[in-house]
Ligand binder design. Structure first.
Ligand code: ZN
Length: 137
């Protein structure tokens, strides 16, 4: 649905949430085979979104940020363990360095600041987050 929506409506920003990965983490455990399959399905879904952008000639217009909202261990993510707090954070697209591994720490609240930067929007003074300049051209 997101792939068709992006190609047809061309919004400035689109958030795609894959809640099933968290649900499967709680049900079957983080890093379990079903959990890893849910991640693989999410990866394929991202591939469909990118293919739709390619098909509509829009790929160069959009940055893509892929992140989790939290990690997990066993069947929980509320203990504050490093596995609970560590997430993937992947950014690509216009204005983003290619083939670069971010060298600076990234906090989850840097996501909104980075998106605002990419959209050339002012960052509210009350935000703690900073754009992840290390990832940007
Ligand atoms: Zn959860």
């Amino acid at each position: 649905m997101a792939a068709a929506y992006l190609a047809a409506e061309q919004p400035d920003l689109c958030v795609i949430y894959m809640g099933n990965i968290d649900e499967i983490g709680h049900r079957d455990g983080w890093m379990s085979a079903p959990y890893r399959e849910a991640i693989a399905q999410g990866d394929r879904a991202i591939g469909r979104v990118l293919a739709a952008l390619d098909g509509a000639g829009l790929r160069a217009r959009y940055a893509l940020l892929v992140q989790a909202d939290h990690g997990g261990h066993e069947r929980d993510h509320s203990a504050g363990a490093p596995e609970d707090l560590t997430i993937p954070w992947v950014l690509s697209g216009p204005g983003v360095k290619r083939n670069h591994r971010i060298q600076t720490p990234v906090m989850i609240y840097d996501t909104a600041a980075t998106i605002a930067h990419l959209l050339d929007l002012p960052r509210p003074a009350v935000w703690d987050g900073q754009p992840v300049y290390d990832a940007l051209d």
